[in-house]
Design a protein around this ligand. Structure first.
Ligand code: ADP
Ligand code: SF4
Length: 702
């Protein structure tokens, strides 16, 4: 039998927080407190139903009162391949959903399902049905699919109402308590009918406000009638599309809500599109939505839930006390810390893992891979690997561990090993913990990232068996002299300054006298001499854009050069690309796309068009190369070279993790630290067997 060590002792909670633990009536149901996990995507969907069920169930264990699915496709005639969402096309899909509802109920929470019909958001690449919407319009997808939606006629509308109702009944059979009418985020037919941007109809479903809400009203009435007194029916709606009066705007949507007031059992209010609702911390503060939702409560007697990446408990309390929200909605805060409600309830504020607003979680959905989280490396690994965010397996040996490097990988390894009961020595070359996170959090827009360090530092403070040593730039001889049997190297990486990246796998020609800097130089405080700088971004995540911003803020004339079609192109996966490019342009940064940097001379960046190879020299006093990184692996290599001395020194194993093994995101680093700590002394996993569980689709009969 595994012996599990739970973490954290209940403390005293200030009485002013009690309001968050009052029950809330939602139609015929009672939510046990005010914490509400709103629907959120996760890149698992119909492919990984059991892993998904466990992920949601774990949040119920963490104290959320309501836990919802992501969007669930209600009919095969609207699906959003290649994205992997849940489906409720027919009865075959019920067991997977029932498993999730059961897991949520096991821990006393209510289960909500967000039924979705994407309509003109889905090109129907899998079903090959013709998409439908209020008007003849091209499908609205991120990929500009060459497909149009056709205008729905009255029969189509009757059909869709029937399909919605059939899905409602299936959702009930699967055991869900809240069955959504989804009209938000510009991501489905109801939103499209609400918005004059899409709805250009002249029949009773178009034109006036009353006409545009008609379908939402009909669907809500039918859903309520079908579920009777057993389930609640929330409406999820976007209060503003941030497009002025050309799109849905606050006053208009408030009028719509006013017309429907008490019809649904709850209003779940958001912004549209999703990128506005789930802004990264670089582009939106906690509670960014508040000005848009502050009037809703006055328009209805039903509970109102809204999101805002809320992790500040006082802020949550004030939202309730001011009568803005009845329930605190959360997607990302519940991903970063599935136990957020429980920790607040028990007054364990130092144990809260606050979301940093990086949207790496969103990238799971965009890349159709299981959701991952920078702060919570156990996310989506609850069933696959048997990890738990708040419990660890007791150490199977009492052999101490030396962790070298106090960046995200080393910190996560040290705190998890410490919780397992290992004696841990953490050696850090510098005078502070945090590694790259500490440096990057000082860059424009990234200050919230420091929470990665804060959480882990606070955890380690509570662990008497974890000792930290600063100013300890260890050599192989140092490590051998300590004789600690397990050594894990989390020594990080540094940015290259030779041009090697995605485009160039060999160093580029750099003439003598050329001024070249890397992000490492700039983060260490070195700035270019001169006035003009070219930032060459062949990394394509945030760093290139951030470097350009920083230099522009310091008064340099900056040209940002990328071989891609746009700035920071990978940030499409974190829904930031548009915001990044806008900010860069507003700061006067010139953006040159489709241009390769092939050489550097004093005062000159030698560029070429990536299509034609036509040469174009850009004048630049300095070039900042944002390309690839090199692991700081000297210590690792030295220790491997001294392997014959390990036995005498009492060393059994030496591992490199995180950026020291292969540089990647901070989320990769915390995951690597967690994995080392979870797997130490456990069996298997380092043999040929698959190191995680997976679900294989059952074959249909031939
Ligand atoms: P990761 O993202 O993999 O955690 P970071 O670059 O953020 O990596 O952190 C690496 C940390 O390791 C830095 O704080 C650095 O000062 C420290 N470090 C690097 N080499 C050594 C060494 N030989 N001894 C002790 N600490 C080291
Ligand atoms: Fe928050 Fe980032 Fe985790 Fe998403 S990945 S929940 S934004 S910390």
């Amino acid at each position: 039998m595994e012996e599990w060590i739970p973490w954290g002792q209940p403390q005293t909670r200030p009485p002013r927080y009690d309001v968050l633990f009052e029950p809330v009536t939602i139609g015929p149901l009672t939510a046990r407190n005010r914490f509400y996990q709103v629907p959120h995507c996760n890149g698992m969907g119909y492919r990984d139903p059991t892993a998904l069920a466990h992920m949601r169930g774990l949040k119920a264990e963490g104290g959320w009162a309501v836990i919802c699915t992501e969007q669930v496709e209600l009919h095969h005639s609207s699906e959003i391949t290649p994205f992997i969402e849940l489906r409720l096309w027919d009865d075959q899909d019920i067991p997977a959903l029932a498993r999730m509802a059961d897991k949520i109920h096991e821990h006393g929470a209510l289960a909500g399902i967000e039924l979705a019909y994407n309509g003109m958001n889905g090109p129907n690449l899998y079903s090959r049905e013709v998409p439908m919407g209020p008007a003849h319009l091209p499908v609205a997808t991120f990929t500009y699919d060459p497909v149009q939606a056709r205008r729905m006629d009255k029969q189509d509308i009757r059909n869709l109402r029937r399909w919605h109702l059939q899905a409602v009944k299936r959702a009930q059979r699967a055991g869900f308590d809240l069955i959504y009418v989804y009209a938000a985020h510009a991501l489905g037919f109801l939103h499209h009918f609400l918005s004059r941007r899409y709805n250009q109809r002249t029949d009773e479903y178009g034109g006036s406000l009353e006409n545009r809400i008609r379908l939402m009203r009909e669907i809500t009435e039918e859903t309520k009638e079908a579920v009777g007194a057993t389930c609640a029916v929330p409406i999820r709606i976007s209060v503003d599309e941030l497009l002025g009066e050309g799109g849905l705007y606050q006053e208009e949507v408030e009028d719509m809500i006013g017309l429907m007031g008490d019809l649904p059992d709850l209003w779940d209010v958001t912004l549209a599109g999703w990128e506005n609702d789930s802004r990264t911390s670089r582009f939106g503060e906690e509670g960014e939505q508040e000005p848009f939702i502050r009037n809703i409560r006055k328009l209805t007697s039903k509970p109102v839930v809204g999101v805002g990446r809320y992790t500040s408990v006082d802020r949550m309390v004030s939202l309730v006390n001011k009568g803005i929200l009845d329930m605190i909605g959360a997607a990302r805060p519940s991903i970063a810390d599935p136990f957020l409600p429980k920790k607040i309830e028990e007054g364990r504020f130092d144990d809260i893992r606050e979301c940093i607003g990086c949207n790496i979680c969103v990238s799971g959905d965009f890349t159709q891979s299981p959701i991952r989280c920078t702060q919570n490396p156990t996310m989506a690994e609850e069933w696959r690997k048997g990890w738990h965010p708040e419990r660890v397996r007791r150490a199977k040996t009492d052999k101490p561990v030396l962790v070298v490097g106090g960046g995200p990988a080393g910190l996560e390894a040290a705190q998890t090993l410490g919780k397992r009961g290992y004696a841990v020595s953490l050696a850090e070359a510098g005078t502070e913990l945090g590694g790259r996170v500490l440096k990057e959090a000082r860059l424009p827009g990234l200050s919230a990232w420091v929470r990665v360090v804060d959480y882990r530092r606070l955890q380690m403070h509570q662990l008497p068996n974890v000792d930290t040593y600063f100013d300890s730039n260890l050599t192989a001889d140092d490590v051998l002299s300590f004789g600690i049997p397990r050594v894990v190297l989390a020594t990080g990486s540094r940015w290259r300054a030779d041009g090697v990246g995605h485009r160039h796998t060999l160093p580029i020609p750099i003439a003598d006298g050329a001024q070249v800097l890397s992000p490492t130089d700039i983060m260490d405080g070195r700035l270019p001499n001169g006035k003009t700088a070219v930032v060459w971004d062949d990394d394509h995540y945030y760093m290139g854009g951030v470097m350009a911003e920083l230099l522009a803020e310091k008064g340099y004339d900056v040209t940002y050069v990328t071989p891609a079609s746009e700035a920071s192109t990978w940030t499409r996966n974190t829904m930031e690309q548009h915001f990044i490019q806008k900010r860069m342009l507003e700061k006067g940064i010139k953006i040159r796309a489709f241009l390769g940097l092939d050489g550097i001379r004093p005062g000159l960046a030698e560029c070429v068009c990536v299509f034609t190879g036509k040469r174009e020299d850009l004048e630049a006093d300095a070039v900042v190369l944002v390309t690839a990184r090199l692991p700081n692996e000297q210590l690792y290599q030295d220790l491997l070279a001294a392997r014959e001395r390990w036995a005498d020194a009492g060393i059994e194993r030496v591992d490199a993790i995180g950026d020291a093994l292969a540089p990647a995101t901070i989320a990769h680093a915390t995951y690597a630290g967690r994995r080392y700590a979870e797997e130490l002394d456990e069996t298997p996993p380092r043999d040929d067997a698959l190191p995680f569980r997976r679900e294989v689709t059952a074959l249909a009969p031939l």
